[in-house]
Design a protein around this ligand. Structure first.
Ligand code: IPM
Ligand code: MG
Length: 359
């Protein structure tokens, strides 16, 4: 398996470093043959060279089976990075160009991890968000009229194509059939977003007919935020458009123990291009270089990388290595009992070693 590694900025290289040690251990335990190649794409690289990510770079990355990404982004108020040059230029460019139309974000409270939700346990918080990843407000459709004048007009358009919505819904229904509860909730805001919402809702009901074994529900996104806090056990699989998915998955990370644990995969489920696996957290410049960042989110994303890519490429050793990583993360997390995952008190490498021991 050929893995492209974009360690990125801030804590990215630290959490990726720990994850690559876990990869080595998991691969040798499962007989997985792999090679990694480092790529420098990051805010730091841009500031040094003026280069973000070219079409040639994307073509090169296509030659890999998967991409592991730490975090990209510099200081929030750096004027040289204004306008989302890194976010749009690296993350979104890769998601769009590689047609990674699913952003898979598990929200699972592992044993021993503390949730800020009083009285909720691992049994109550165990769902997966299927976030559409190539449409919606992320298309960059819009613009200014009379910019800089008192009559300035800004527009930003939400895109929902039947094709894009339906392929995302089918992925979510398929995923729901693999889970014990077989329950899928569509999250939108159909009472206000009456065009995009209707396309989603109509497609949801039509696709549901092909999945009689999956129980369905619909929640408005504002109500979903409330239920995620008051009764997270309502959810098994959530399917959600890009922008709302961005927002509710930060909430999901928070209820599952924080950004230190939240993993994600940007998937091209058809295998037409590599997936990109990354922690939900960013580059955290405030703690960069201190080696205190928790690598669990990246290690868990690595496990997802191995399982998903292994499944698509029919590589059993990779799937097995990924299952080992997932199990080792679960076995390690009770050691964080009573601690904040974001500031666990363990050094980054120490957590990596704990996972390798469990593995
Ligand atoms: C995420 C991030 C990105 C997004 C940003 C950095 C562009 O918030 O992965 O959730 O909005 O998708
Ligand atoms: Mg986000």
């Amino acid at each position: 398996m050929k893995i492209a590694v974009i360690a990125g900025d801030g804590i990215g290289p630290e959490v990726v470093g720990a994850s690559l040690e876990v990869l080595e251990a998991a691969a040798s335990a499962s007989g997985l043959e792999y090679q990694t190649t480092d790529f420098p794409f990051s805010a730091a690289h841009f500031l040094e060279t003026g280069h973000v990510l070219s079409d040639d770079d994307v073509a090169t990355l296509r030659g890999y089976d998967a991409i592991l990404l730490g975090a990209v982004g510099g200081l929030p108020n750096d004027p040289r990075l204004a306008g989302g040059v890194i976010e749009k230029g690296i993350l979104l460019k890769l998601r769009f160009e590689l047609d990674q139309y699913i952003n898979l974000r598990p929200v699972q409270l592992y044993p021993g991890i503390q949730t800020p939700l009083a009285g909720k346990t691992a049994e109550d918080i165990d769902f997966v968000c299927v976030r559409e990843n190539t449409e919606d407000l992320y298309c960059g459709v819009g613009g200014f009229v009379r910019k800089g004048t008192p009559q300035e007009i800004a527009s930003q358009t939400m895109i929902a194509t039947r094709f894009g919505v339906e392929r995302c819904l089918r992925y979510a229904f398929d995923l729901a059939t693999t889970r014990e509860r077989r329950h899928l909730t569509l999250v939108h805001k159909t009472n206000v977003l009456t065009y995009a919402g209707e396309t989603w809702n109509r497609a949801f009901n039509e696709v549901a007919e092909d999945y009689p074994g999956v129980e369905t529900a619909y929640h408005h996104v504002d109500a979903c935020c409330m239920y995620m806090v008051t009764k997270p056990e309502a959810y098994d699989v959530i399917v959600v458009p890009n922008m709302f998915g961005d927002i509710i998955t930060d909430l999901g990370a928070a209820i599952a123990g924080g950004m230190g644990i939240a993993s994600s995969g940007n998937l091209n489920p058809d295998g037409a291009a590599p997936g990109m696996f990354e922690p939900v957290h960013g580059s955290a410049p405030d703690i960069a270089g201190q080696k205190v960042a928790n690598p669990i989110a990246t290690i868990d994303s690595l496990g997802l990388l191995l399982r998903e890519t292994g499944r698509i490429k029919e590589n059993k050793a990779a799937v097995q290595a990924g299952e080992r990583v997932g199990a080792a993360v679960r076995a390690t997390t009770p050691k964080f009992a009573g601690k904040s995952l974001d500031r666990s008190g363990y050094a980054t490498d120490e957590v990596g070693k704990m996972v390798i021991d469990a593995l």
